[in-house]
Design a protein around this ligand. Structure first.
Ligand code: UGA
Length: 323
């Protein structure tokens, strides 16, 4: 018996990889995306290209705040809610309304529609940004939740919404706190994508702050694997860290990209950005014990895969792309 999945944000970075994996594993996948203009539609169409050739994949273009969710969820057994207004540093000021709409309102609407349906699982894509700046490293799921970006606040609100729809109505939610995911198709506003683009073009590399900030970078195939394990598990009402185990400084990553592409990076330091946390480091004990999750792709292999992908795919062109 095939499984029927809904993947929201299917034209995005993680959503498109997840949908491809599901189809490869024999699932029927309905994907929805609204092509918000945070980055160009051409990039997202590129992410979708392979999926569009699959007979077990159905694509619906639409905004979760506007589409008929009863129709969208018809026959669905597992919801993978990946759609979001992403980006930590861009979530201030007037932009915040987009984060409220695409994250908080859309998630509430989807959960409301999921109420009473015979779903097996509702997997929510949360974020390491819910922790904020913590001295309590590595970050455990019980660590204090004190986001320092408006984006992080909306992701935390979504987690809480998931939990209350589980508590009140039995929606079988599980929230995954992904830690800075990278790899082929990484969003063009994210650090690795920019660094690779800039260094390959001999362009200056903008580093926010001193470059000594660290992230627990997670390769996209590992994030997808964890997501599938979560969908298949019996866990409900839980929150799990999903980290790749590659905790390094931004400066280290830039040097390594320079070595791999054979160019000396020309670094320009800019002021630290509001909303950026200093360090992330995931304690993944819970995901290991409860899901059997172990990341498989180390930073070196993952970086090489992303560099190779960017060399073959430059849908947005040149080093000067604004984000
Ligand atoms: C990433 C994603 O963008 C979020 O959507 C996600 O929710 C979050 O991970 C997460 O872990 O949950 P972030 O960690 O800021 O957020 O990822 P990058 O954009 O790859 O930035 C990594 C680091 O590089 C940050 O310290 C940032 O300040 C730095 N950076 C980024 C630069 O120094 N220069 C740049 O041009 C871009």
């Amino acid at each position: 018996m095939p499984n029927n999945a809904l993947v929201t944000g299917v034209a995005g970075f993680i959503g498109s990889h997840l949908a491809e994996r599901l189809v490869a594993d024999g699932w029927n996948v309905r994907g929805v995306d609204s092509f918000t203009d945070y980055y160009p539609r051409t990039v997202k169409e590129g992410n979708l290209a392979k999926l569009r050739t699959e007979s077990r994949f159905e694509f619906i273009e639409g905004d979760l705040n506007l589409v008929d969710l009863t129709k969208l969820l018809n026959g669905v057994e597992v919801v993978f809610h990946q759609a979001a207004q992403a980006g930590v540093r861009a979530s201030w000021g007037q932009n915040f309304s987009a984060y409220l709409e695409s994250n908080v309102a859309a998630t509430q609407r989807l959960l409301e529609a999921a109420k009473g349906l015979p779903l097996r699982k509702f997997v929510f894509a949360s974020s390491s940004s819910v922790y904020g700046d913590s001295d309590d490293l590595p970050l455990r799921e019980e660590s204090p939740l004190q986001p320092i970006s408006p984006y992080g606040v909306t992701k935390l609100a979504c987690e809480k919404l998931c939990y209350l729809y589980y508590r009140n109505f039995g929606v079988p939610v599980i929230s995954l706190r992904y830690f800075t995911v990278y790899g082929p198709r990484q969003r063009p506003d994210m650090a690795f994508h920019r660094f690779i683009r800039w260094i390959s073009a001999g362009h200056e590399v903008t580093v926010y702050g001193d470059g000594e900030q660290t992230r627990d970078f997670t390769y996209v195939a590992d994030a997808v694997e964890a997501t599938l394990l979560a969908a298949k598990s019996d866990l409900v009402g839980e929150v799990l860290n999903i980290g790749g185990g590659s905790q390094v400084t931004v400066g280290h990553v830039i040097q390594r990209i320079g070595e791999i592409v054979g160019r000396e990076p020309r670094i320009v330091h800019e002021a630290p950005q509001h909303g950026d946390v200093r360090h992330t480091w995931a304690d993944t004990t819970r995901a290991r014990e409860m899901l059997g999750f172990r990341p498989k792709v180390d930073l070196e292999a993952g970086l090489r895969a992303q560099i190779a992908w960017q060399a073959d795919n430059s849908p947005i062109g040149g080093a000067e792309w604004p984000l």
